[in-house]
Ligand binder design. Sequence first.
Ligand code: CTP
Length: 240
Amino acid sequence: MPATGGWLTVAVAPGAFFNGGVKKSLRCLITAGPTREHLDPVRFLSNGSSGRMGYALAWAAMARGWRVDLVSGPVALPPPPDAALHRVISAAEMFAACEPLFAECDLFIAVAAVADFRPKIPAGEKMKKSPSGEGTTLELVQTVDILKTLAARKRPGQVVAGFAAETQNIEASARRKLAEKKLDWIVANDVSQAGTGMEAEDNAVLLLSRTGGQWAFGPAPKRAVAEFILEKLAMEGLSV
Ligand code: CTP
């Protein structure tokens, strides 16, 4: 963010906004990557999220001079310098890390592919095969919906955006999530397409706003998709 020489200023820099006349850097909370829900100490339920989309958004937000808290599940990506990185494993840990940060943020973007289920009772020791060759049954319970829970606590002026990973009825499913989770924005992407989506370098998205706006973008590298998303949010929604 460009230096302004004081905390009262007349020009609004792209990474700044006014709060009662005091200029602040916009504070952005991003979740990224998968979560792991352990069955036992060595096995877990998870998904193929690479974390690239969330990390690309973190880079793009920092390039705008915003302060970034990145709450990340296990990924093989270098941490973006200057972002505050909070490493977590499970959905419960991700929620615990996000809760206090959400209260402080101006913009929350939930990109993480949070596991929807976890084993009800994880085994304390490695589960052994039965000598008779019998199978086993896992009892699963739902994890906390981090985005929905935090969006319900939104205070005036905060902006909340989610992602919708879909394999069918992309737009309708995304619109349902936008309404059900009480979001300001949702980014829908088709995770069934080869070359775009969860594990890919590129993404193609449909961005929908609570106020009825709709924009398609891509296929394009995830960093370009991230720039597009933040540009739209900055133009349309962050000043509310
Ligand atoms: N999300 C979350 N916590 C969860 C599940 C999802 O914060 N336990 C967030 C994701 O980060 C994403 C949005 O909710 O921003 C939608 O996630 P998605 O996986 O598309 O949908 P779900 O809400 O999990 O619903 P379903 O799996 O039934 O499509």
